[in-house]
Design a protein around this ligand. Structure first.
Ligand code: G3I
Length: 302
């Protein structure tokens, strides 16, 4: 029989992963990514410091390579990310006021226009909340309070009216102060007519600590008329068995498939060797051997 792959079971939602062309010289990396997933997110290559390290010298070559890989392999592409406090080039950090505002709008317009028609969804604004639900004191918030958010979404919508526009964050998987702060903001934005279409739940999690109210939390956001997605899933082993880790993966995928309006799950790197974090958080190990998590995800997708 022909071996089945994750994407063969992903009829209701997409199953994606973060990729980087820095690993493309590794042919197993490319072949597994293409075989298993029907969506990709560039891990770093669309971030502002990657595309415009010095003012005016824009370089989309690495990101273009990923878009081409995605198209060749029938994958959706999630754009990540336009407005974030981190990985902002040094020349931007020194700006303020109207100049900063104009620079933010130009950046969004240029990048979204470059990829117009190729991107399924953009993470327009990333990680703007503190753990207690207040706003992070970022370059953006300190200059514009929350006004930058609506402005950013409007600029992205004008540049590519076909892309779904998301706000994205971590530690918002359960119902807590941070996710409630985000809930209140997106409700307000929707009420103001801001073109926001989805909320991304990063889901950098640990085995034994997947919030039991994940599905309930997703559903309070879909009740606002928004799509939701799991955007950066990884689950640290946390001293537990690979079987326990597999169950944790299944529970996250199940929360999505059981929520009408949850459109997909993206894993933040599929093999441990290239993960941004230690503690064996991925479904495949450092030698590309599938752990029990792969079959568990497959079962949850069915
Ligand atoms: O590309 C340079 C390389 O030229 C240089 O020699 C090297 C030396 O440190 O650094 C390289 O850049 C690194 C980059 O990854 C590419 O490998 C950065 O230092 C490093 O900070 C960066 O880390 C990324 C991190 O975001 C930055 O905040 C991770 O790969 C990436 O997985 C991680 O992804 C984030 C999401 O975007 C947002 N949510 C959280 C998630 C995990 O932190």
């Amino acid at each position: 029989s022909i071996a089945a792959h994750l994407k063969d079971h992903a009829s209701q939602i997409y199953i994606g992963c973060a990729l980087s062309p820095s690993h493309f010289s590794d042919s197993q990396y490319q072949s597994i990514a293409a075989a298993e997933f029907n969506s990709l997110t560039p891990e770093n290559e669309m971030k502002w410091d990657a595309v415009e390290a010095s003012q005016g010298s824009v370089n989309y070559a690495q990101a273009d390579q990923l878009v081409q890989f995605g198209k060749q392999n029938g994958m959706k592409i999630r754009g990540h990310t336009l407005v974030w406090h981190s990985q902002v080039p040094g020349w931007v950090s020194g700006l303020s006021g109207d100049t900063l505002h104009q620079t933010m709008i130009s950046h969004i317009t240029d990048e979204v226009t470059h990829f117009k028609g190729s991107i399924y969804a953009w993470d327009v604004v990333n990680e703007m909340f503190n753990e207690d639900g207040t706003y992070r004191q970022s370059l953006w918030y300190n200059n514009f309070q929350t006004n930058f958010v609506g402005d950013a979404f409007k600029a992205a919508a004008a540049a590519d009216p076909g892309a779904k526009l998301y706000i994205n964050d971590y530690n918002i998987e359960g119902i807590n102060a941070k996710s409630t702060g985000l809930y209140n903001l997106v409700k307000e934005l929707k009420g103001q007519g801001v073109p926001i279409h989805g909320v991304g739940f990063q889901a950098h999690l640990s085995t034994g600590q997947v919030p039991s109210d994940l599905a309930a939390n997703l559903q309070r956001f879909t009740a606002l008329g928004l799509d939701v997605a799991i955007t950066e899933l990884d689950i640290k082993q946390n001293g537990q068995s690979q079987e326990a880790q597999a169950q944790a993966y299944a529970s996250v995928v199940n929360a999505c498939t059981s929520t009408s309006g949850c459109v997909g799950v993206t894993i933040w790197g599929f093999n441990d060797q290239y993960s941004w974090i230690n503690d064996n958080p991925c479904p495949w190990d450092s030698n590309y051997q599938a752990k029990p998590a792969v079959a568990a995800i497959e079962g949850a997708l069915k």
